[in-house]
Write a protein that binds this ligand. Structure first.
Ligand SMILES: [Zn+2]
Length: 258
């Protein structure tokens, strides 16, 4: 894959939109976390080229919780050590500047919060927690990892002995907080999409809601997306590069010290 440089004119147009918006939100997908070393599931190097997606279905989990957790533990060894990158920090800074009101993410890695974003809706849940499927008790994932590494596979609830499940949305489960995200999108006049191929529903409806209400859509992605046709600005380059330039441009216009 050739690495494209971000188009400066596109960055300026994106900054215009954000500066003029009254209520802008960010919508992020796997592409914002690839620079943190987290592979995109659907990309060329993606997880689903190596594993059948069946392993991440709720049915597989319920039928083979032990195999599921062995797979998930292996996966967590990459995801749990990941640190936020330039793009996550830029999103958090745009929130501090009052430019972005909230982040709606498809990611489960918790990197937006780690970068300092405060208003985050995690449509696909979070891998930072697990939940007992019998009583609903919530456990920090660190506690669950200790159980697994201590030989308890699948990990069990201390309270009731029920099986624990990552607090992520598995295939076949409904997304979380979709109504909240939808309401937020419907009151927004701009959405900054970063690192999503916009091919997973219902998540991909979020930028469509903004567009339908007359709002502007900015898309930053390495590859063309399914919804390029609704984009007012499409910036085809690395999320970290684009967000660094965009933040700089916004700060210049606000007269904020760099
Ligand atoms: Zn329980």
């Amino acid at each position: 894959m050739s690495e494209k440089q971000c188009n400066t004119e596109d960055i300026k147009r994106a900054a215009d939109i954000l500066i003029n918006a009254k209520h802008a939100i960010a919508f992020t997908g796997a592409g914002i976390s690839t620079e943190s070393g987290i592979p995109d599931f659907r990309g060329p190097q993606g997880l689903w080229r190596q594993y059948s997606p069946e392993i991440a279905t709720i049915d597989y989990f319920l039928q083979h919780p032990k195999d599921f957790w062995l797979f998930y533990r292996m996966r967590m060894s990459t995801l749990f050590v990941a640190k936020p990158n330039r793009a996550h920090y830029a999103v958090a800074e745009l929130e501090k500047l009052g430019i972005i009101k909230a982040v709606i993410t498809q990611n489960v890695d918790g990197l937006h919060q780690a970068a300092g974003s405060r208003s985050v809706i995690e449509l696909h849940g979070t891998m930072k927690r697990a939940v007992c499927i019998a009583c609903g008790r919530v456990y920090p994932m660190e506690v669950v990892i200790k159980k697994i590494d201590g030989g308890q596979v699948p990990p069990l609830c201390d309270e009731c002995g029920g099986i624990l499940k990552p607090d992520t949305v598995l295939f076949g489960e409904p997304v979380k907080d979709f109504d909240k995200a939808r309401k937020l999108a419907l009151m927004s006049d701009a959405v900054l999409v970063i690192g999503s191929s916009l091919s997973v529903y219902p998540a991909a409806y979020i930028p469509m809601f903004v567009k339908e209400m007359g709002g502007k859509v900015i898309i930053i992605n390495m590859e063309p997306t399914e919804l390029d046709y609704i984009a007012d600005v499409f910036i085809q380059c690395k999320a970290g590069d684009a967000m660094t330039l965009l933040l700089k441009e916004v700060k210049e216009r606000l007269g904020v010290q760099q």
